[in-house]
Design a protein around this ligand. Structure first.
Ligand code: SF4
Length: 312
């Protein structure tokens, strides 16, 4: 069924739809969803590429967003971008969000355990890593910097993935690793792919690239490649990435999942070979090298000298 066929007429409809997609709503506006690698890791059936690249323990990873609101409507988004997630009457505090997300995660994994590895399931109940990257743009939550600090105070490392349209918040936050999505080599492609809700966002995104350059934390530019849509002009990507001088560049294939299936054909997924080839072209223009690649996830990692260090 395409996303356009769903009834998004009210918030309750949106919430019940998200629940059916495996999201658990946490508090008034946050959401949690376990990724398939968490379940697989608990059953010793594999680990996410972030385990290979950065040493993240997949079974202890909490994937969440403080808000489902977003100022873009990307073609490749897995979320139902055709409906607006409304602003809450009142924002939950960072402390409330951390508590409600951990509770939601525990409920979601309650049936996951591998009877032989009860220890992994028990560890999963105490997440050590938070990926603030689920759906929605996290920088819209006005206390994101404080939320990152709260997770840190509770002993967790943090990844934040932003679409880069809020350079002021990019400036304030200090996660263990800060990602910015860059899904176009130029403004026209950006408008086609990310469908921003304001004409000012391309310039904001370019400002964020400069902010990223001056961050003390580890930084990553993430590109989602969509065949026939944004998979051209590697030099254009490289010129933009140079402004940010990130530690890493993660280049991933678009995956034909969730609500994106109503917007893009299955053929828009590039193969791993195609991702690798395009990544090498970006790396050549950028002066970076391929540091790692995980075929099953169709993802390639670039770094300045071809090496990668684990997250501490
Ligand atoms: S920025 Fe992220 S959450 Fe927003 S529409 Fe794009 S992919 Fe979806």
């Amino acid at each position: 069924m395409s996303s356009q066929e769903h009834n998004f007429s009210d918030l309750a409809g949106l919430h019940s739809l998200l629940k059916r997609q495996g999201y658990s709503l946490a508090g008034n506006h946050a959401a949690v969803k376990t990724c398939l690698w968490l379940r697989r890791a608990m059953r010793e059936e594999g680990k996410c590429y972030k385990a290979s690249f950065y040493g993240i323990e997949s079974h202890r990873c909490l994937q969440m967003t403080p808000t489902l609101m977003c100022n873009q409507r990307c073609l490749h988004c897995w979320r139902p971008v055709e409906v607006d997630a409304p602003a809450p009457d009142k924002w939950d505090s960072p402390l409330e969000i951390v508590g409600s997300c951990i509770n939601s995660q525990r409920k979601l994994i309650s049936g996951f355990g591998n009877i032989d590895r009860r220890d992994l399931w028990s560890e999963g109940n105490e997440p050590k890593h938070v990926a603030i990257s689920l759906s929605g743009e996290p920088t819209i939550y006005p206390y994101l910097a404080e939320l990152v600090e709260e997770f840190k105070m509770q002993g967790m490392t943090t990844f934040v993935v932003s679409n880069g349209t809020n350079p002021e918040m990019m400036q304030r936050i200090k996660p263990s690793q800060l990602y910015m999505s860059l899904d176009a080599p130029d403004e026209e492609t950006y408008n086609n792919v990310c469908r921003p809700r304001s004409t000012k966002l391309w310039n904001k995104l370019k400002e964020s690239l400069e902010v990223l350059r001056d961050k003390n934390t580890r930084t990553v530019i993430r590109i989602t490649l969509i065949k026939g849509v944004n998979m051209f002009h590697p030099q254009g990507y490289a010129e933009l990435i140079k402004k940010a001088s990130p530690d890493y560049v993660e280049i991933k294939a678009y995956m034909h999942l969730g609500f994106s299936r109503g917007r893009l054909p299955r053929e828009a997924m590039p193969s791993h070979e195609e991702v690798l080839d395009f990544s090498r072209q970006i790396a050549d223009h950028l002066g970076y090298a391929v540091a790692d690649a995980v075929e099953i996830s169709r993802v390639v990692l670039l770094s300045r000298d071809g090496s990668v260090s684990l997250l501490e």
